[in-house]
Design a protein around this ligand. Sequence first.
Ligand code: SF4
Ligand code: SF4
Length: 355
Amino acid sequence: MAHRTPIESGCPDNRPFLHPKLAKNYGNWKYHDRPRPGVLHHVAWDGDEVWTVRAGTQRQMDVYTIRKLCDIADTYADGHVRFTIRSNIEFMVGDPNKVAPLINALTESGFPVGGTGNSVSMIAHTQGWLHCDIPGTDASGAVKALMDDLYTEFIREEMPNRVHMSTSCCEINCGGQADIAIIMQHTKPPKINHDLVANVCERPAVVARCPVAAIRPALVNGKPSLEVDEKKCICCGACYPPCPPMQINDPEHSKLAIWVGGKNSNARGKPTFMKMVASGIPNNPPRWPEVSAIVKKILYTYKEDARPWERLSDWVERIGWPRFFEKCDLPFTKYLIDDWRGSRANLNASAHIRF
Ligand code: SF4
Ligand code: SF4
């Protein structure tokens, strides 16, 4: 068999796959609007029009669901689809008469049409058990439980501004800034299986990984292993991916936390980092009711109280953090105080790319 050279050129060029009207008018649009929630309408300078219908998906899809979506694209749209960063699927059509049958076909197949404008868009969720080896919870399950409750907020545009949510099934990797984020929170240092460390882990790599220098090489029962200074350990879990014998996931002590007020955009105000507002919430599958209750309380308080076009962070800034905790019935504890001063100098708070 001929040797196949890997292609190291990044993601493929999307232009061959664009809807013909999008390809023709690339970068040449006169205006766009939203005729209804879930539908975007673009008008080009030469009069071409394109309607984009957005629907929510469960992100981790079996082959039958993907085939169903492809059949809908072939039958009711022009065969062109794309996925958004929040796992919504978008179908493009060049004929206004195709919009309503497409929406009906999607709705009847169980894919809600919405997620545009001032709605609660699909929760950007991390990969969990399916692709990753370190999750402490099932991010997809928590998302499913919450979006079942927020269905009407997805198909309507009734929030003060757009609401982006995210989940993270560990403390250190995927996820990202969001108006409301659900994040794994370990509360106990890792438990080390000393019999396995020498065979499985590169000890210098693990020692270097710890952000607070809490790990030291050690000899345990005559074997090379590691030890953790538990007074220093901040329970971040960064040692667990390179060294699985440093197990940090725990059915009782791995909890969930809720953070609010992050955003990536530069619109109306600079990007903001989110802050933790609730911690120690039970990691309670299959429906995570405690998490859903707190998220919904924050979301609906924001919906009631914010002025038009205030993002969640703008609303909290205006009313002040003490009022936020009061209004959302959340206890303020010392664990919520961000006392890491290094962040002021070390974290990049700009959405601009620098080289
Ligand atoms: S958030 Fe962490 S555990 Fe979840 S998929 Fe990403 S790296 Fe894996
Ligand atoms: S959990 Fe984090 S702080 Fe604790 S030992 Fe591991 S890497 Fe260090």
